[in-house]
Design a binder for this molecule. Structure first.
Ligand SMILES: [Zn+2]
Length: 511
């Protein structure tokens, strides 16, 4: 590996998927993975195949369908996990195993109940098992940032001897301060036997708001792989955002020196929107690089300076991250060709003719109800129609309002056992409609969270319903759009039910 290059390892689909409430379906993960490959990330961590049959299926599908990046799967240090990763990655263009074991004393004592000597033995044996099954192996010491440094160097030395060429130092709990973290990376470079045969990677969490700063301090100290996510998604406070780390390295190449960064930054805004839409996690307006206010100059003094010379207040341009103003793109009279071109511009390149025809029909229906169709509307429309394996679909719905806020709703759905309909009474039309759907579906599903928001401005705006349901102790997310919010809600609920049904089928198949 090239020591003058920074490698980007994206974990949006693994750590990012551990964001509370995020539960992506396979088709959504594939779309994100394609977006990641397009911006040029080197490695895509597609998931944790041993975690569930759904995770396995997603990693396998990405390995088969996404080209141009190394596809990686996560494993604990046991043979079953490693075997699962190797099966899931069998068809990848280039495969990487990411295997980890905790190395800090606190994790050894309270979690693993292992001695340091036992950990060294485990690393040796698991790498011997993994050898030859992958194009490359990355080894992580979980909680490395709080691990005794000399022990960590010893573990890394054993991992290098066992064939690992990427050594990851995660700040699992987000505890590090930049200068301190940089010192640790320098120490590891100087004291790990065989380190010249490998590169050092870092994985920083944002619990103290320092994930990007710590990643950059590590680069300055010699780390050459950065693990990050789109929009900084990830467990708890999240990970370092790929857009922040890349723009800092590019904007301040005077400080970092001539390090090669092969990322197409012009696609950041597009990718950020896609990930936000699919995960249901909004980007705060003040978020660096991809927030909607990141390039807005409000104060009069700033505006005056900007007009004379943008560099007075602007360290990077909106164009460099693809954040030009949203324009009205399509309307009622746009043809199929213009629509297809536009899908490609938005980054959706892999649809079949049949899928494009289907989306075009939905776009036409939308354009009939809504004068101006914006990029965000189209992204929402596509996001809503990514999944084809739908067990349940709405055929007809109808509601009536009664006295004192009560409503009566009737729905008809296609189900795996043919068409069925049912009715229910509830507190308002949304409640009544969801209850009617629940009766048709007949699974013990409970609604946990429900939100409605407008996608673009105007009184004819699309209303998006995002909700979460719980089934068998796991959360599933659903999303639906329509200019009618009762319809949005019913679509979102059926979307969540389909995820439940799909997961249930996969579990049953696996048994
Ligand atoms: Zn993490």
């Amino acid at each position: 590996m090239d020591q003058n290059r920074i490698y980007f390892f994206d974990t949006t689909l693994r750590d990012g998927e551990q964001t509370p409430g995020v539960a992506l379906q396979t088709a959504e993960k594939v779309e994100i993975a394609k977006g990641l490959a397009r911006i040029g990330v080197d490695v895509i961590e597609a998931g944790f195949p041993a975690a569930s049959p759904g995770d396995f299926e997603a990693v396998q599908t990405i390995a088969r369908e996404v080209k141009g990046a190394t596809i990686c799967g996560l494993a604990r240090a046991n043979e079953k996990d490693v075997q699962k990763v190797s099966e899931a990655l069998a068809d990848a263009e280039r495969s990487r195993l990411h295997v980890f074991i905790a190395t800090s004393d606190i994790h050894l004592e309270y979690k693993l109940k292992m001695t340091r000597a036992e950990v060294l033995e485990k690393v040796k044996s698991i790498l011997a098992f993994a050898k030859g099954k992958f194009d490359e192996i990355e080894f992580s010491g979980e909680d490395a940032a709080r691990t005794d440094l000399d022990f960590l160097c010893e573990v890394f030395g054993v991992a290098i001897e066992g064939g690992a060429t990427i050594l990851n130092v995660p700040d699992t709990v987000g505890y590090m301060i930049p200068a301190e973290f940089g010192d640790k990376i320098r120490y590891i470079r100087e004291h790990t036997p065989g380190i010249e045969k490998a590169i050092i990677s870092v994985h920083c969490h944002d619990d103290l708001g320092l994930a990007t700063a710590n990643s950059l301090a590590a680069v300055k100290a010699g780390a050459r792989q950065i693990e990050c996510t789109v929009n900084g998604l990830g467990e708890r406070a999240g990970n370092a955002g790929v857009e922040e780390v890349v723009m800092a390295l590019k904007t301040r190449h005077d400080y970092f020196g001539d390090l090669e960064v092969n990322i197409d930054t012009k696609q950041f805004t597009k990718l950020s929107k896609l990930v936000s839409r699919l995960t249901g996690v909004m980007v705060p307006p003040n978020k660096a690089v991809v927030g909607s206010n990141a390039f807005a100059h409000e104060s009069g003094i700033h505006q005056h300076g900007m007009l004379n010379n943008p560099q007075t207040y602007e360290i990077m341009t909106p164009e460099s991250v693809g954040a030009e103003k949203t324009s009205i793109v399509l309307g009622k009279h746009s043809g199929r060709h213009a629509f297809e071109d536009h899908l490609k511009n938005l980054g959706f390149q892999a649809f079949t003719e049949e899928k494009i025809n289907d989306l075009f029909a939905k776009f036409k229906a939308l354009a009939d109800r809504k004068k101006e169709v914006y990029d965000d509307d189209i992204i929402a429309l596509v996001a809503d129609n990514l999944n084809h394996k739908n067990a349940f679909a709405l055929v007809h719905q109808h509601y009536e309002l009664g006295d004192q806020g009560y409503a009566y709703a009737h729905v008809r759905l296609t189900t795996p056992d043919g068409e069925k309909s049912d009715a229910a009474v509830g507190d308002g039309p949304v409640d009544a409609s969801l209850k009617a759907v629940e009766r048709v579906v007949g699974l013990p599903i409970s609604l946990k969270d429900y939100q409605i928001r407008a996608i673009t401005a105007g009184k004819d705006a699309l209303g998006e319903a995002v909700l979460k349901v719980e089934y068998n102790g796991r959360m599933y997310r659903g999303r639906g759009i329509s200019t009618d919010i009762v319809k949005s809600s019913v679509h979102a609920y059926i979307n969540a039910v389909n995820s439940v049904y799909l997961a249930k089928e996969l579990e049953e198949e696996a048994q």
